[in-house]
Design a protein around this ligand. Structure first.
Ligand code: ACO
Length: 160
């Protein structure tokens, strides 16, 4: 009896893994943007005005851009690599973010360079039933490898 129950559980577990591999979660929208992060903004993240501190948004943009960059690298069939942020450009805060906002961070590849990838990150919240773009930025990540104790840029498409 116990053995049968264990077998059933194992089967379910295996099915879950297989199903998961076969059908990845749908996180790409109609515009081809990858939904990297979705979070509810909390009171601990506020500035003295009571709205969400810009530095908190930048931190989520950096992380979401890296998640999106990793997704795009895999989608292209390039090898997995360590990524570091080299630059954040054209950061624009269009609207304040409020406590309780459910905020989505989307990434879209702007450019693959030799050792770098630049993604455009857009930050949106649902306001009055439609999506409002709050913040956007271009973030560039560099593929690096530890060579002689130093992190050096390496080709993002793999060995040349
Ligand atoms: C995961 C984390 O938390 S990361 C933490 C924050 N980030 C870091 O600590 C990174 C610190 N910076 C570094 O270690 C180094 O600057 C590195 C390894 C990223 C780059 O080293 P560099 O010697 O500058 O490399 P190099 O000049 O060859 O440039 C590498 C790539 O970055 C790009 N790049 C460099 N500076 C910039 C910039 N300001 N804006 C956009 N792209 C840039 C280059 O165009 C190049 O891309 P390409 O090969 O696709 O043309």
């Amino acid at each position: 009896m116990i053995i049968m129950a264990v077998c059933r559980l194992t089967l379910r577990f295996n099915n879950y893994i297989v199903t998961n591999k076969a059908s990845p979660p749908m996180t790409v929208d109609k515009q081809g943007r990858y939904l990297a992060t979705k979070i509810t903004m909390m009171p601990r993240d506020t500035n003295p005005h009571g709205t969400i501190f810009g530095g908190v948004i930048l931190s989520h943009i950096d992380q979401s851009g890296a998640i999106g960059a990793r997704y795009s690298i895999r989608k292209e069939g390039f090898p997995d690599c360590a990524l570091v942020t080299v630059a954040m450009n054209r950061v624009e805060f269009h609207h304040p973010v409020y406590v309780g906002d459910v905020v989505s961070f989307y990434s879209h590849v702007e450019r693959f360079g030799r050792t770098s990838i630049t993604v455009h990150v857009t930050v949106e919240a649902e306001r009055d039933g439609s999506a409002l773009m709050l913040t956007e930025a271009d973030v560039t990540y560099v593929a690096v490898q530890l060579i002689d104790g130093e992190r050096r840029p390496v080709p993002i498409r793999g060995a040349e």
